[in-house]
Design a protein around this ligand. Structure first.
Ligand code: E4P
Length: 219
């Protein structure tokens, strides 16, 4: 199981890598737009150079041929680039063509097991079910990961599940238990995962006891 960061922010990526727990990055047009980079391509290239693992960059086009053109340009930026393609009919035609050429595809905006099945049949390397957005409308995001995982297992698909749209640390544990191969996290959730009040209390107590010991016995 792997953790990716769901961000286009360079300093968040650098911190996540430094902590030793992140092995890839996913971006989307909203996340890239937030960074206000002067060149989208340069920005994605920079992320890929830093990460040295899969970096998903999303196409903006809606027509198959245009998606393919965009994907080829993005792919040429770095060998670690994964092309993110939305779950549409046009998107699946592009997924089929590009995966046959060996381009890794992450099918995004997946909200049902049926859509995940279509992505796997089109040859996607990854499928991204959006957990939080389903929860937001009163549906069961974690249940979707469980259903996709079961479907892929029963039918022996190699497509990996990237649980996306993660809102809080509990989601992380739940989607991991439900069978996600990868979880892509906002930086805030990654930071929250480190925290537990008993860890802080424990460190404080160990240091206090150590101080007393050093005072009494020296080094
Ligand atoms: C997935 O790769 C998307 O970038 C993502 O997780 C979107 O999540 P959101 O619902 O927080 O925008």
């Amino acid at each position: 199981m792997k953790l990716f960061l769901d961000t286009a922010n360079i300093s968040e990526i650098e911190k996540g890598l430094q902590w030793g727990v992140i092995s890839g990055v996913t971006t989307n047009p909203s996340l890239v737009a937030k960074e206000k980079a002067s060149s989208f391509h340069e920005h994605v290239k920079k992320i890929a150079e830093i990460v040295k693992g899969p970096v998903s960059a999303e196409v903006i086009s809606t027509k198959t041929d245009d998606m393919i053109k965009e994907a080829r340009v993005l792919s040429a930026l770095d060998p670690n680039i994964v092309i993110k393609i939305p779950m549409t009919k046009e998107g699946m035609s592009a997924t089929k063509k590009l995966s046959e050429e060996g381009v890794p595809i992450n099918v995004t905006l997946v909200f049902s097991p049926q859509q995940a099945l279509l992505a796997a049949l089109a040859g996607a390397t990854y499928v991204s079910p959006f957990i939080g957005r389903l929860d937001d409308i009163g549906e069961d995001g974690v249940g979707l990961v469980y259903d996709i995982s079961k479907l892929f297992l029963v039918h022996d698909f190699n497509t990996q599940i990237i649980a996306a749209s993660i809102r809080h640390p509990r989601h992380v544990f739940e989607v991991a238990a439900a069978g996600a191969h990868i979880i892509t996290l906002p930086f805030k959730v990654l930071e929250q995962m480190f925290n537990h009040p008993l860890t802080n209390i424990g460190i404080k107590k160990f240091l206090e006891d150590w101080e007393v010991y050093i005072k009494d016995h020296g080094n």
